[in-house]
Ligand binder design. Structure first.
Ligand code: SAM
Length: 215
């Protein structure tokens, strides 16, 4: 019997294919609260911002409504389509492409800010390291990055559904999250990932998410 391929893209395609654009749940999706102070403290009006791992577009829509020049990348084509449709429906502009954190389909120095919310913890440590280098490539000089990682205790009750890869990343092999990768980062590991970056702020939300801003 052929072994089934482990394919995180397939997981995310199916996840976003099941989202109904017109559902109350989609309409009411709220942006990450940290974006409000991030915009007022760090972003110049109208500047180009890339949402890395844009998902269903809750954060992109918030930024587009505030007049930023919006770009979005996601592994999932279905997520990219969802963002395009949601922005169009609201008369907002944005450029969305399928791509990966460690191979961003945009040129060097092209944006002034990157947001990557609850997303970089969905790849292995090595891919996350490559992604930090890739973010640096596309960020303009003096550009700023907002990065968040989910709480360390995430998926505590689902550990039995995952294999633990040698670097500590969880590979979900059964259950609702089958096909998904997730890494439960300790603070020291996040700092290790960002060792060459100029970290301006490293905070914890009330719910335990780690919120990092760096240049
Ligand atoms: C938990 S969702 C967060 C989505 C969005 N940032 C938000 O806050 O609503 C994680 C997102 O990361 C995307 N993703 C997972 N692995 C990726 C990769 N290697 N490259 C780009 N996007 C990826 C998924 O498709 C998904 O949209």
């Amino acid at each position: 019997m052929r072994e089934e391929l482990f394919d995180p893209q397939k997981y995310w395609e199916s996840y976003f294919n099941n989202i109904d654009l017109d559902s109350k749940e989609t309409q009411e999706l709220k942006h990450a609260a940290i974006l409000e102070s991030f915009c007022s403290e760090y972003l110049k009006a109208g500047s180009p911002v890339l949402d890395l791992g844009c998902g269903g577009g809750r954060n992109t829509i918030y930024l587009a409504k505030r007049g930023y020049e919006i770009y979005g990348i996601d592994l999932s084509n279905a997520a990219v389509d969802l963002c395009k449709k949601r922005l169009k429906k609201q008369g907002l502009l944005g450029d969305f492409k399928q791509g990966t954190f460690n191979n961003i389909p945009y040129p060097d120095d092209f944006c002034d800010a990157v947001i990557c919310i609850a997303s970089l913890d969905h790849v292995s440590f090595q891919t996350a390291q490559e992604s930090i280098t890739e973010i640096r490539r596309i960020l303009s000089t003096g550009g700023v990055v907002l990065l968040t990682f989910d709480p360390l205790e995430t998926d505590e009750d689902r550990m039995h559904e995952a294999e633990v890869l040698p670097d500590g990343t969880l590979k979900f092999v059964c259950g609702k999250q089958k096909g998904m990768l997730f890494r439960r980062y300790r603070d020291e590991e996040i700092r290790q990932l960002l060792v060459d970056q100029d970290v301006i702020s490293f905070k914890r939300s009330a719910g335990g998410a780690r919120i990092i801003i760096y240049r």
